[in-house]
Structure formats: structure tokens, C-alpha cells
Design a protein around this ligand. Structure first.
Ligand code: NOJ
Length: 545
């Protein structure tokens, strides 16, 4: 058995910080590492166990930092390596673990390796680190296969050879500035082991692995004629040739063996849009990663049956490999759950919302989101929170299109609004410039006028506020060890979902009429006030029994 502390992640609550939008220390409108360090005390007060930081490495920022040009440094927009050291040490001093993002599927086109590849000949060692191929057709002017970029358009781009002639094509599953690495190449494998060690030696407690299901492509790059992959989408059917290939697993086994040589329980968490649950659970087998985000849960419809089904299936698949389940409702790639849940139940999830789209019902969305969060935080396993959800922040659904930065908006020919709406700098103080995001008025995406009412200083100490609900939930979750207990379903009328976690009963009412609490149950926390002792629609209650 590893020392107890090494298993910290099994039931940890991990808070995602999106560095561009958390806190700006110098007033340039872009969040930065010193800004995060200055708010670590607030995260401690909230009661999370760990922080995951989205990429802060040097990057042209064509995909908000998921286009990395140097894996061992800090982008000057965010600070310096010394600032990163201070942040890691600061989190540890507050008793929190600290996880960084690793982006191994692709580099930026500004990465030294890709620049070298562009200047090198077809078939050279430099080109072989990426996926370069000759084009099809008599003049090689058609892409090597039919794959589509996740952000829209072809997944191939033709280069001009050093002699000025039209040349080979390279694969980019995401933006044209994000060339895919070839994970069959030994330089690539060795480089990422070295990058892991670089950050482990600096004291990080783990890595969130970007596009973990994408590193290995089917060998023949077989055409894939079905609709292109969708960001944040779960395809049904057998894995397409670019996703979830069996070969990814030996990479993670190797990384695991590296992490296991470090003390303190260093972890890997997979961002893998993979279904069904059994396929996803392969990423968290005992010799691979520790966690994999459960996106099927995030996607589940807001009603009792689908919720119970996804919880059951997730727990069963993870139990079968000895892993805990990792729950999540929001992140920087999806419409915030406060807004997703403000649409009629069963409506397809949108990839971004614009001013001329049907707008969510904000009050309904927040009510359901609070209920969803209380359900999630009582489930066995680990849970991830996305910055701002503790304030009940909705998606910014009215960003004027000229401010949009998400490559998905541009590559989809302006048909997908994309992810900017969940990435707006968060409000700390109602009456300060940029709502306390930074010392100036500037913010890289506009903040909506109603942000003031969500500011932390308007909610701190206010009974019933979303912030105080999250704090109370995290405190009670620890006290009652909700993340560590097993779940037992309790029989209830249809439309009410109820389970026990040791001495705590968790009930969510998805129905249209108020539901009764069992006799003698003592309410510990509820996502909205009860109605004459009964649980109203779209409310979750934790009760001691
Ligand atoms: C998933 C990341 O979460 C997303 O933000 C990014 O655009 C893609 N991977 C590509 O790195």
C-alpha cells in the first residue's frame, strides 16, 4: 500500500485555474502567475484540495496556450519560471497540491522542432517528429486523407519546401498552428519524459494530459468519412482512426513508471473524450493514469434516469479496474453548467452561445447547476471545479463577435461561437475596475455588466450565496468523507434520485412537484431553500440520517 498521502487524489476536489482569466497582477488585461499566487488564500478558504493550472508556457496563444512553443519555460505574459516556483511553493504552503497541464499531442508551429522540420527535407529526422505526408493527386495538391480538424476544415496543411516549391502536408487535428507530433518517434517519447521530469523536479504534483486519447493515430491514416470530430464531443461507435487507439496506453504506462519514482503521489489525469465508460477506464488501469475526466457525466441529461445510469456505468467501469471516478461539470472547453442547464432538458449541448442564439434561462440554469454541483460533490471519487463556478457564474452569451478569439470560431467559418464565453475574466470585487480581476479596467475578453452581482465580495459571508454553498459543501464533504464512501441507491419515487453515502442521504428532485424528505432526516445543506420541509423541483439536499 502506498502511504496514505500518496492516494490524496482518490477523493480530492481539484480546482481548475485558467491563467488568462483568474487574476491579473499588472493591469495588462491578461491574468498571470503572481495574480494566482495572490489569491491562493481564497482557494484555501473555499476548501479545495488541489489546483490544476491550464497552460502558462511560451506560446503564440493561437489556442489560448494549448499551442506550446517551449515546454520548459513560462510565457512572459504570465510571468517567469521564478513566479511558477513561487506559485507551486505557495500552493503547498497552503496545504494544496498543484497540477500543471501537459500538451503532448501537438506543439505550436513556433516550437523549435517544427521550425527545424519546415527547413528540413522530406523524410528527414526533423520532419519525422511530426506527421508529414505527400499529398494525393498528380501534383500532390490534395490532402493525404479526408480527416477534419476538430476546429473545422481539413486537418492537413501544405507547406512550401525550402526551395520554394509546394511541398508536403502536415497533420493538425486542431488549429493549423498546432502540428501533431508523431508518437511513433523515439525523440518525441524521450522529450516528453524529460519534460515530465523537469516539472516533477520543480515540485508539481501531477499533470492533466491534453487530448490523451489522440497521441497515437491508426497506422495507415485511413480515411474517415464521417463528420469530423467535435471538440468536447463523445462519438458513438468504434473509435475513429485518430482517437483512442490502443497504442496510447504504453505511453502512459511509461509515464506512470516515471511518476512512481517521485514521492508524494504524483498523478496523471486524462482529458480523453472516449466512450463507452469501459474504454475510458482503460486509461486508469493500475499501471496507467490515476484519473480520467468523466465527460459522459458532464453531458448527461438533467433528469433522474440518465443521471442514475451515467453514475452507475461510471462507477462500475472504474471499479472494474480499481480506480475511483473523476466527476466534472464545467471546464474551459464547454458552456458553463449554469448556462447549459438553463435550456430545456434534452436539448443538444451547444458549442458556444452568441447574442443571436436562443438564450438560456439564467435563474433556472443557476438553480439546476447548484443542485447538480451538490449531487456531484457527494459522489464517491474526485471532483473537478472550474474557476468561477463557485460564484455561480453563467456563460457570457453576448460577447460581441469582434472580440472572439477561439480558433473554433474562425475555422468553423463563424458557425460555432466556440469557447470564449466560459473564459471571461472572473469577478472578485463588485465595485473595482474589471471587477477586481486586475488593477485596471482592461480584460482580454469583455466582462458583462451583470458580473458585479457575482463578485466574490458580494457573496462571501452571505448565507445562501452560491459561494457559501460551495464552501459549506466542501467542508461537509471532508467531514463526512463523501468522496471516499461507497454509494448506495435508495428507493424513491421516479423523478427523485437518492443515494446514501454512509450517514448522509443525498436527494435530488428532478420532478415537477415537491418531494418529501424521509422522516427524521436532518438537513445539512440544500441547494435552495426547502418548501415547507419538502424538496422543491431542481434542488439537491444533503441530510443526516
Ligand atoms: C483540449 C483543451 O482543453 C482545449 O482547450 C484545446 O483547444 C485542445 N485540447 C487542443 O489542445
Amino acid at each position: 500500500m502506498p502511504p496514505l498521502d500518496d492516494a490524496w487524489w482518490r477523493d480530492a476536489v481539484i480546482y481548475q485555474v485558467y491563467p488568462r482569466s483568474f487574476a491579473d497582477s499588472d493591469g495588462d488585461g491578461m491574468g498571470d502567475l503572481p495574480g494566482i499566487t495572490s489569491h491562493l488564500g481564497d482557494l484555501r478558504e473555499l476548501g479545495v484540495d488541489a489546483v490544476w493550472l491550464s497552460p502558462f508556457y511560451p506560446s503564440p496563444q493561437n489556442d489560448a496556450g494549448y499551442d506550446v512553443s517551449d515546454y520548459r519555460a513560462v510565457d512572459p505574459r504570465f510571468g517567469t519560471l521564478a513566479d511558477a516556483d513561487e506559485l507551486i511553493a505557495g500552493a503547498h504552503a497552503q496545504g494544496m497540491k498543484f497540477i500543471v497541464d501537459l500538451v503532448p499531442n501537438h506543439t505550436s508551429d513556433e516550437h523549435a522542432w517544427f521550425q527545424e522540420a519546415l527547413g528540413a527535407a522530406p523524410g528527414s529526422a526533423a520532419r519525422n517528429r511530426y506527421i508529414f505526408r505527400d499529398g494525393k493527386g498528380e501534383h500532390g495538391d490534395e490532402p493525404p486523407n479526408s480527416w477534419q480538424s476538430v476546429f473545422g476544415g481539413s486537418a492537413w496543411e501544405r507547406v512550401t519546401e525550402p526551395d520554394g516549391t509546394p511541398g508536403q502536408w502536415y497533420l493538425h487535428l486542431f488549429d493549423v498552428t498546432q502540428p501533431d507530433l508523431d508518437w511513433g518517434n523515439s525523440d518525441v517519447r524521450a522529450e516528453f519524459v524529460s519534460v515530465l521530469k523537469f516539472w516533477l523536479d520543480r515540485g508539481v504534483d501531477g499533470f492533466r494530459v491534453d487530448v490523451a486519447h489522440g497521441l497515437v493515430k491508426e497506422q495507415n491514416l485511413t480515411d474517415w468519412t464521417q463528420a469530423g470530430p467535435v471538440l468536447g464531443g463523445l462519438d458513438v461507435g468504434p473509435p475513429p482512426p485518430m482517437w483512442d487507439q490502443d497504442g496510447v496506453h504504453e505511453i502512459y504506462q511509461q509515464w506512470r513508471s516515471v511518476l512512481d519514482t517521485y514521492p508524494g503521489g504524483r498523478i496523471l489525469v486524462a482529458e480523453a473524450w472516449v466512450q463507452p465508460a469501459e474504454r475510458l477506464a482503460r486509461y486508469v488501469r493500475p499501471d496507467e493514469m490515476h484519473q480520467a475526466f468523466n465527460f459522459a457525466y458532464l453531458d448527461a441529461s438533467w433528469s433522474a434516469d440518465p443521471q442514475r445510469k451515467v453514475i452507475d456505468e461510471s462507477l462500475a467501469a472504474n471499479d472494474a479496474v480499481g480506480a475511483t471516478t473523476t466527476w466534472v461539470l464545467s471546464n474551459h472547453d464547454v458552456v458553463r453548467h449554469t448556462s447549459r442547464l438553463g435550456y430545456p432538458v434534452g436539448e443538444a449541448r451547444m458549442h458556444g452561445i452568441g447574442i443571436d442564439d436562443p438564450q438560456p434561462d439564467t435563474a433556472l440554469g443557476l438553480r439546476r447547476a447548484r443542485a447538480a454541483t451538490l449531487q456531484m460533490l457527494a459522489l464517491p471519487g474526485s471532483a473537478y471545479l472550474y474557476q468561477g463556478e463557485e460564484l455561480g457564474l453563467p456563460e457570457h452569451t453576448r460577447i460581441p463577435d469582434e472580440f472572439r478569439q477561439d480558433p473554433a470560431w474562425f475555422r468553423s467559418g463563424h458557425t460555432e461561437r466556440g469557447r470564449d464565453g466560459c473564459r471571461v475574466p472572473i469577478p472578485w470585487e463588485a465595485d473595482a475596475p474589471s471587477y477586481g480581476f486586475g488593477p485596471s479596467d482592461s480584460s482580454w475578453l469583455p466582462q458583462p455588466p451583470e458580473w458585479a452581482e457575482y463578485a466574490l465580495d458580494r457573496q462571501r459571508g452571505v448565507p445562501g450565496s452560491t459561494y457559501e454553498m460551495y464552501r459549506a459543501a466542501l467542508r461537509l464533504r471532508h467531514e463526512h468523507r463523501l468522496g471516499a464512501n461507497a454509494l448506495t441507491w435508495v428507493d424513491t419515487p421516479a423523478d427523485v434520485l437518492a443515494f446514501r453515502s454512509d450517514d448522509v442521504l443525498v436527494l435530488t428532485n428532478f420532478g415537477s412537484a415537491p418531494a418529501e424528505l424521509p422522516l427524521g432526516a436532518r438537513v445539512l445543506l440544500s441547494s435552495a431553500p426547502l418548501d415547507d420541509g419538502r424538496i422543491p423541483t431542481d434542488v439537491t439536499v444533503w441530510a443526516a440520517v
